[in-house]
Structures are given as C-alpha cells and as structure tokens.
Ligand binder design. Structure first.
Ligand code: UDP
Length: 236
C-alpha cells in the first residue's frame, strides 16, 4: 500500500559520492535510479531535488577565498551537474525524466516553471530540479521544501546517509536515540540538525511533513513511499 501519491525526494549531493570525498559513485547512482524506478512503477509521482555537496558548497568555498555569492553560485551549478548525472542513470533504465533548472540555461535543461513541472509529473515523468532556488544564501534543503510546497507534494522525503534524526550525534555517542516522530517546533528549538531553519519553517507553515531516512539502503525509497516505519517523521 502506498502512503504518498506525489513525493518530493531530496537527495544530498554528498550521498552521490558514495565512499569517496568528491564526485560520483556509479553504484550510488545506479542504486538511486533503480529505487526511483521501483517507486515510479507503482504509479507514484516523483520530483527530485538534488544537492551539490559532492562537488561544491558555498560555505567551504569561502574557506578557499571565494566570496559567498560566488561560492553559492558554484554550488548551484554543481546541483545541475548532479541532476544531469541522475537523469542519465534513471533514463538508462527506461524511466522518462525531465531536468528543470532554476537558473536559465536553455541549452542544458528546461527552465523551472511550476505548472510545467506539475504537468510533467502528471504525464508520468520523473522531474529533477537543479539549480537550487536560484538564490545564494539558501541550501538545497530549502529548495526541497520550496518545491515540495509549490508542487503540493504529500511529503518532503529527505534521503541521506543516516537513518533518521537522533537526540545527539550517533557518530559520537553510543547512547544516541533515534526519534520516530518530532514536531517542527522541537526540531527547530532543539536544533536537531534535520535541515536548516528556513526549510523547516517553510514546511511548518505549510503543513508539509518531512521524512528523514537512509536512501543508501536499497529498497528504502519504496519503503518510505509505502509509509513503512523507517527514519524519522517531522510534522506539526
Ligand atoms: N545553493 C544556493 N542556493 C540554493 C541551493 C544551493 O546557494 O538555493 C548552493 C550552496 O552554496 C550550497 C550548494 O549550492 O552549499 C550545494 O547545495 P547543498 O550544500 O545544499 O547540497 P547537499 O548538502 O545536499 O549536498
């Protein structure tokens, strides 16, 4: 049984690198593509926002001497490269896709137009949103939240390397406990590190539930779509 009919799947760029520090892992691309195909075949509408952390992040660019806006622009371009990589992987196994970018780049991909994006979804195409929000000082989590609200998705599913939200860093503390559910207020006030506050506030204001789950474990994207008890749900 499917819980969600339209999903905004936010995939971190970092996950695309697999075990590497930088770039792409073919295994991860193939795994994401296969998992997305499995969910698509069940008739679920899937839109994807992809991050850029495996290539470039604005903040780390500042450490290298780039100004923030330049760094963020480079980060947004990185998300488009990731979008194309993901498109390639998904289409190579027979699922129609469209990449839409928030930055004008007509030779590369369609410009993001909300109504067009919804039309693509209705026609059964997997839509990949690149270019973030097109604005510096934002993250792709915020882009995920914004697009989820705009296309009226049933859920913002954040697929990461960890299997949910913990009360403290599970990498550092053995006794860290994973939450099944947290409220937006808790996630913001306790600074649980789910997403940045801008993304959380947008979801809170618009009653957009978030599921944080490990998308690297094969089969988890389908489990999430079926509403199985994986990861942590953030809701009002
Ligand atoms: N970015 C931006 N505006 C946006 C989305 C992204 O400036 O609306 C930039 C920002 O520099 C960010 C980078 O793009 O660091 C890559 O995105 P992000 O770090 O969110 O990727 P992820 O952590 O998911 O890999």
């Amino acid at each position: 049984m499917l819980k969600y009919k339209r999903i905004l799947l936010k995939l971190s760029g970092e996950a695309l690198a697999g075990n590497k520090e930088f770039g792409f892992s073919n295994e991860v691309l193939e795994s994401f593509a296969k998992q997305i195909k499995d969910v698509h075949e069940k008739g679920v509408e899937i839109a994807i926002v992809i991050g850029g952390g495996n290539i470039f992040r604005g903040i780390s660019g500042m450490e290298k001497g780039f100004d923030r806006v330049t760094g963020d622009t480079m980060g947004m371009l990185a998300t488009i490269m990731n979008g194309l990589a993901l498109q390639n992987a998904i289409e190579s196994i027979g699922v129609p896709t469209r990449v839409m970018t928030a930055l004008q780049m007509p030779q590369v991909a369609e410009l993001y137009i909300r109504r067009k994006a919804i039309r693509h979804l209705e026609k059964g195409r997997v839509v990949i949103f690149g270019g973030g929000t097109s604005n510096p000082y934002f993250t792709t989590d915020s882009s995920g939240a914004l697009r989820a609200v705009e296309i009226q998705a049933d859920v913002l599913a954040k697929g990461t390397k960890v299997d949910g939200i913990y009360d403290k860093d599970p990498m550092k503390f053995d006794d860290a406990v994973r939450y099944d559910t947290v409220t937006f207020d808790e996630a913001i006030s306790k600074n649980l590190g789910v997403m940045d506050t801008a993304a959380l506030s947008l979801c809170r204001e618009n009653q957009m539930p978030i599921v944080v789950f490990n998308a690297l474990e094969e089969g988890n994207i389908l489990k999430m779509a079926q509403g199985e008890d994986i990861g942590t749900t953030v809701k009002n």
